[in-house]
Design a protein around this ligand. Structure first.
Ligand SMILES: Nc1ncnc2c1ncn2[C@@H]1O[C@H](COP(=O)(O)OP(=O)(O)O)[C@@H](O)[C@H]1O
Ligand SMILES: [Mg+2]
Length: 314
């Protein structure tokens, strides 16, 4: 479908995940940009269980996805939109579902020769003593994280096997699958991918220097806790290598239109992919808009590029 200024576009946001509040802010900003761009019939829909009915009764012809987390970023809404024959922005069902699972994503990237951190995957139904035994192969400290949450929720850094029990209880409160991953004492960074003139291109690298030990919930959502360095002060060769790896990971996961890939960088030669985000935040303070701005792409232009990724006649 060719998107026209009079197309009935719905910005889908809010939704039913733990990242609802951020998504509402992303959605409102994207809608304001679409209106400024002249898409006069664009509206906002806060996604609930009645979303199929909402889309149908409001005659929605195109969906701009500003949802994060469960049901929004995991292939569910994408599948529903496919069935309803409503085109949408960004990643399809498969890439969305796949990248929501950090463990499966890491296995796929590892098989393709891309750098990921050694980890063990544990299941809620598993027997705790044998789970703890499996962790003996890992070097401590480790990061214990729910396999499919965002915003650093349910995650903890653990320095010895004795402390793992509690961290596992916490993480299993959020997911049936938990990753126990070696902790890399490096720099946390993220790289965006956008679709420009039919080509996927990477943004400059954004580095986070936090007052906390790692980029946790507190650092993410408390003003002044994190210093953002854009572009990250890496050598040209390291920057280039990370950007190449980003594009490879984006393609291997089958991503399309937009993504933001998180890494930890240890030194000049060692960097590791943590995860792939398929619907990056679009608030005033979000990473992707800042990264786009650093390459001369303003917020409205970024929204236009994301919108175009859903144009099926492109
Ligand atoms: N293995 C690790 N070693 C060091 N830091 C980590 C590790 N895993 C996660 N982190 C830190 O936690 C942050 C969030 O982790 P991430 O895997 O991206 O999950 P989320 O989905 O919550 O963003 C990262 O940006 C990084 O700062
Ligand atoms: Mg992340």
């Amino acid at each position: 479908m060719a998107i026209k200024l009079e197309t009935r576009i719905a910005v889908l946001c809010g939704g039913l995940s733990s990242e609802r509040e951020v998504s509402l802010r992303s959605g409102k900003n994207c809608l304001a940009a679409l209106i400024r761009l002249g898409y006069s019939k664009a509206i906002l829909i806060d996604m609930g269980h009645d979303i199929a009915q909402q889309l149908t009764t409001q005659g929605i012809e195109f969906a701009f996805l500003a949802l994060h987390g469960k049901y929004g970023e995991d292939g569910c809404i994408q599948g529903l939109l496919e069935i309803l024959n409503i085109p949408y922005t960004g990643n399809g069902v498969m890439a969305s579902a796949l990248t929501m699972d950090k463990d499966v994503t890491k296995r796929l990237l590892k098989e393709a020769g891309l750098p990921v951190i050694p980890s063990v995957t544990l299941y809620k139904t598993g027997d705790r003593p044998s789970q703890l035994q499996q962790l003996e192969t890992l070097h401590f400290p480790v990061m214990v994280k729910p396999n499919s949450e965002g915003s650093s929720i349910g995650m903890s850094k653990v320095s010895s096997l004795a402390e793992v029990d509690q961290a596992l209880d916490e993480a299993f409160g959020y997911a049936n699958k938990v990753l126990v991953e070696e902790f890399i004492a490096g720099e946390s960074i993220t790289v965006g991918v956008i679709l420009k003139e039919g080509q996927h291109v990477t943004t400059p690298i954004l580095a986070f220097r936090t007052k906390t030990d790692w980029y946790d919930l507190e650092a993410k959502y408390t003003a002044g806790m994190t210093e953002f360095i854009l572009p990250a002060p890496f050598s040209d060769s390291l920057t280039h290598a990370i950007q190449e790896t980003t594009l490879k990971a984006h393609n291997i996961a089958g991503c399309y239109g937009v993504s933001r890939i998180d890494f930890v960088v240890l030194d000049q030669d060692r960097y590791y992919i943590l995860e792939i985000n398929t619907i990056p935040g679009m608030t005033d303070l979000s990473d992707l808009p800042a990264q786009a701005a650093a390459m001369g792409i303003g917020y409205d232009e970024l929204v236009q590029l994301i919108l175009r990724s859903g144009d099926t006649t492109r």
